[in-house]
Design a protein around this ligand. Structure first.
Ligand code: NAD
Length: 353
């Protein structure tokens, strides 16, 4: 029998009490800032004081739409705003290295969008600079801060399922790539910009795999001539195996798309729903359904979860950065960790037949 309510899972991103203390300046006034960063920062009442975009009209537009105190006319003006404590960088990744360096020059803390960089060599440079810097930087790998992934993480870490033997992450949907025209310049656009989230979540839940084998598959919904479907198998030294299976050319009606995961351990299992990837992204809640044995009795639960990958979980990396600054610790998806996720992306590419 499924029990719906009386099991508490600690899955929400906790807002630090001193959240008002940190003044945030944003670089980039594009799609993700308008539709994910700012709506969530506004809902969480974060202190956004400046915004800059090379397209000034976009910065002006978002300043007005979200009541941001200032916009900047150029990057020097932005960095000379002495009130900014945290620079939130959300531009195409080819500009990340330069903007990261400039933020370091001004001794600002940094939240930077994934991927950390558009190539591994530049990512290494960012890593070296971070190692020698006296600031905190977090990377916006917000999928692992999302409700169903955090719920699964909680249950795994509390050992409800015993040793994990296998996992499968999947998404089958139709994706409209046209809103990101710059993706057509990227060699593996889907992997570098979407599946990277799943790879990061897999690393968060199970650690780095010892072996991966990938097929990067062309479909009728590819971007130019680039593959946009992906099938990866994972092997770990402790016997754990896994699969990532993502397709973007579904012929089904949007509400019939599927996105989620299944994790199986020796003592139990869970199935999660990643609601942002189904239908219009808000038709269903994230959910987790799980069972585990205790004293030879099977306990089964199903829980609806609050919030989504898009976009409530965008608060997670920022809260983690606040805590890192406050307690002089590394934020969860810090530069070292994001570099490992980028490395896994490279291993996936190299592992193709
Ligand atoms: N974490 C996520 O889930 C997620 C989702 C979507 C996009 N992203 C990331 O966010 C970044 C931006 O994506 P987007 O969808 O907003 O793209 P977009 O094309 O809609 O917006 C990018 C903006 O950056 C501006 N810009 C470019 N270079 C700049 C520079 N040097 N200085 C200031 N502004 C500059 C452009 O004028 C544009 O307004 C990408 O790196 C992408 O990977 C992350």
């Amino acid at each position: 029998m499924l029990n719906k309510n009386n099991f508490i899972i600690d899955y929400k991103n906790k807002k630090p009490n001193n959240f008002k203390k940190y003044k945030i300046g944003i670089i980039g006034a594009g799609n993700i800032v308008e539709n994910s960063h700012l709506p969530i920062y506004e809902a969480e009442k974060l202190n956004i004081i400046n915004i800059f975009d090379t397209n000034i009209e976009k910065a002006k537009f978002l300043k007005k739409k979200y009541n941001i105190i200032n916009y900047s006319n150029n990057i020097e003006e932005f960095f000379n705003d002495k009130n900014i404590d945290i620079v939130d960088i959300a531009v195409p990744a080819e500009f990340n290295h330069d903007l990261f360096q400039q933020a370091l020059n001004y001794n600002k803390h940094i939240l930077i969008q994934k991927p950390l960089s558009n190539n591994i060599e530049t990512a290494k440079k960012i890593l070296t600079k971070y190692r020698n810097a006296n600031i905190k930087a977090n990377v916006n790998h917000q999928m692992r801060y999302s409700p169903s992934i955090k719920a699964a993480n909680y249950l795994i870490k509390k050992n409800y399922f015993g040793q994990i033997k296998s996992f499968k992450f999947y998404t089958h949907r139709k994706t409209d790539w046209s809103i990101w025209p710059w993706l057509s310049k990227i060699d593996y656009p889907e992997l570098r910009y979407n599946s990277i989230h799943y790879l990061d979540s897999i690393r968060c839940l199970f650690g780095n795999p010892n072996n991966v084998k990938a097929e990067l598959i062309h479909s009728r919904n590819s971007i130019l001539d680039k593959p946009t479907n992906i099938y990866v198998t994972f092997k770990y030294n402790n016997g754990l195996t896994g699969v990532l299976d993502i397709t973007h050319d579904s012929k089904k009606k949007p509400d019939d798309w599927t996105a989620g995961f299944e994790i199986i351990g020796v003592n139990g299992n869970c199935k999660g729903i990643i609601s942002s990837m189904i239908g219009n992204g808000t038709s269903f809640p994230d959910k987790i359904k799980f069972s585990y044995y205790k004293n030879n009795k099977l306990n089964s639960y199903e829980k609806e979860l609050e919030g989504r990958w898009f976009s409530e979980s965008f608060a997670g990396p920022m809260f983690s950065l606040f805590n890192a600054i406050e307690f002089d610790i590394q934020p969860e998806t810090n530069i070292y960790d994001a570099f490992e996720t980028l490395n896994l992306v490279e291993e996936v590419i190299k592992s193709q037949d």
